[in-house]
Write a protein that binds this ligand. Structure first.
Ligand code: KMH
Ligand code: ZN
Length: 274
């Protein structure tokens, strides 16, 4: 079994300092959180950015400044900027980070309820995002919140509308309104991916670690971070993203699986040398 790739989703677009004062907004705070996750064992950082007051933004300039600052602090980390942004943003707004030619970026694979909101990803939007990623040589991380999302993106890959083999999926389970974070649901999704693909599981809220454990045993990779979960254990706010990553590292080592470095993660994810 390959070593475990840990992704830290350090910031997200929805969580706030009111919920956990350690949620990063400023460039300095984003670098601090990325470095804490990396030092704890994360090979990948999933990047959202905010204005200094916490407002989510997809500004190309803000992404450039934040990603350059992260790279200056931890040069070998793999960055996966979001093209999901925040609910309600336009496709054009959301696509801005792809203009920076990152080695990877998220590509959300369908519309779904998202708490009280609707996270809209229409077919034309997904085709436009796929085309951009093909043109700009970006490997997508396919964010699937539902089985229908996975089925849709596999069909699009067959038609050449999005980058194909080998594909990297992130199964995001436990979003209110979407697929619950159960082992049975995870197995259903994993069983449907093409041979040679790689996958990550993200459990939202209290399922962050209960989904991480079976994922580690099944050979998948794990995402944790403030975007998905603000607590390190019941009622205890995490002091940093690093603390969440440390917990995954502990679980994985107990289960006998070692942690991938960024170089090893690039190999596992078939990322091209740049
Ligand atoms: N903020 C969510 C509505 C992604 O990064 O691609 C979407 C999201 C997915 O976070
Ligand atoms: Zn995200």
């Amino acid at each position: 079994m390959d070593k475990l790739i840990i992704t830290a989703a350090i910031c997200g677009a929805e969580v706030t300092k009111e919920q956990n004062p350690n949620v990063p907004y400023t460039v300095e705070e984003i670098v601090r959180e990325a470095k804490s996750a990396y030092d704890a064992g994360a090979a990948v950082v999933h990047v959202h950015v905010r204005e200094d007051d916490g407002t989510p933004t997809q500004s190309r300039e803000r992404f450039r400044v934040c990603m350059d600052a992260i790279k200056a602090a931890i040069p070998d980390v793999i960055l996966i900027p979001s093209t999901g942004g925040a609910v309600g943003m336009t496709a054009e707004e959301r696509l801005q980070p792809t203009e920076l030619f990152p080695e990877m970026a998220t590509l959300d694979c369908g519309t779904c309820n998202f708490g009280d909101d609707v996270f809209e990803n229409t077919m034309p939007t997904m085709r436009a995002f796929g085309k951009r990623m093909i043109e700009n040589g970006i490997k997508p991380e396919y964010e699937c919140f539902e089985m229908g999302h996975l089925d849709t993106i596999l069909k699009m890959a067959k038609k050449g509308q999005v980058p194909g083999d080998p594909m990297q999926f992130n199964f995001v389970l436990g979003v209110p309104g979407c697929t619950p974070a159960t082992v049975k649901n995870l197995c259903w999704l994993v069983d449907a991916i093409p041979a040679g693909s790689t996958w990550t599981a993200t459990g939202i809220g209290r399922s962050a670690f209960t989904l991480a454990a079976p994922t580690i045993v099944m050979g998948g990779n794990v995402r944790v971070g403030f975007e998905d979960n603000l607590y390190v254990s019941r009622g205890v706010l995490a002091r940093s993203n690093g603390e969440l990553v440390e917990k995954v590292v502990r679980i994985s080592r107990e289960l006998g699986r070692e942690i991938a470095s960024p170089a090893e993660a690039r190999e596992i994810l078939s990322l091209k040398a740049r």
